[in-house]
Design a protein around this ligand. Sequence first.
Ligand SMILES: NC(=O)c1ccc[n+]([C@@H]2O[C@H](COP(=O)([O-])OP(=O)(O)OC[C@H]3O[C@@H](n4cnc5c(N)ncnc54)[C@H](O)[C@@H]3O)[C@@H](O)[C@H]2O)c1
Length: 258
Amino acid sequence: MSVTSHAQTLSGKTALITGVAGNIGHATAREMAARGARIIGIDHPEADASAIQQSFAADPSFALIRADVSREADVKAYVEAARALAPSIDIFFNNAGIEGPQAAITDYPTAAFSRIFEVNVLGVFLGLKYVLPEMQRQKSGAIINTSSIAGLVGAANMSGYIMSKHAVLGLSRTAALEAAPFGVRVNSVHPGFIESRMLTDIVHRLGAPDTDAFSATVPLKRLGSVDEIAKAVAFLASDESSYMTGHAMVLDGGLTVG
Ligand SMILES: NC(=O)c1ccc[n+]([C@@H]2O[C@H](COP(=O)([O-])OP(=O)(O)OC[C@H]3O[C@@H](n4cnc5c(N)ncnc54)[C@H](O)[C@@H]3O)[C@@H](O)[C@H]2O)c1
C-alpha cells in the first residue's frame, strides 16, 4: 500500500491563482505551496502585492502576473505567460472577485452593477475559456471557482454580488459537464463569513460596529478563517477529490443549513 504524505498532495503540480494578492488567494497560495505546488499568481495591475511577494520571496518558482481578469486580452496573455513558465497548468483557482456597494435595488448604481458582473462573472468565464483548452489538451486538471454563500441564498442590499455569485455556480456546473469528458474537474467553493478585508468592509458599510453580530448568526458561533478556505481548495485541487466534479462546497459554519 502506498501512502501519500498529506503535505505533498500537490507535488509536481502548477497552480494558477487569480486574486492571489487578496486574503483568500494569498492563504491558498501558501497552502498549495506547502503541499508541493508551484504557484503562478495573477492580480490586478493596481493591487498591492507586497505581502504575497514577501511570502514567496524565497521561492524562485513563484511568479506574479499582472492582469485585469475582466479584460479578454489580459486573460489570454496571463494564460500564455503561465504556459511559457510551466509545462502544464494543473490547478486553476479562479478566485478574483469584488463585493461592490451595499444598496437596495432601487438605489443600486448601475455602473457598479456592470463592474461587478465584469469582474465576478465575465472574469471567471474568461478564465475558464482560456484555461480549459490547456487542461483539456493535457487530459487532466482541477479548477475551483470562488462563489460564496451569496451564490446560494439572497441577502438584502447586495443584489449585484448575490447575482454574480449565483452566476458562478451555474457556470461551474456547466463547465464541469463540458470538461468531464476530458478528465478535467470543475468545482466551486462557497465561503460564508470569513475573517477578511472584504467582510470587515461590508460590515462597516452596513453600519455595524464590528463582525460580532455576523458571527452570532453562525451555528458554529465564529467567523471562518482564510486558512480553512485554503485547505478546502487545496483538497479540491488534489487527487484526493478525484471523483468530485460539479460540486458546490459550502464553508460557512452551518449558516445556510437551516
Ligand atoms: N472574504 C469573504 O468573507 C468572502 C466570502 C465569500 C466569498 N468570497 C470571495 O472570495 C474571493 C476572494 O475574496 P477575498 O476575501 O480574498 O477578497 P480580497 O479583496 O482580499 O481579494 C480579492 C483579490 O481579487 C483581486 N481583483 C479584484 N478585481 C480584479 C480584477 N479585475 N482583475 C484581477 N484581480 C482582481 C483584488 O486585487 C484582490 O487581490 C472573491 O471572489 C470573493 O467574492 C469572499
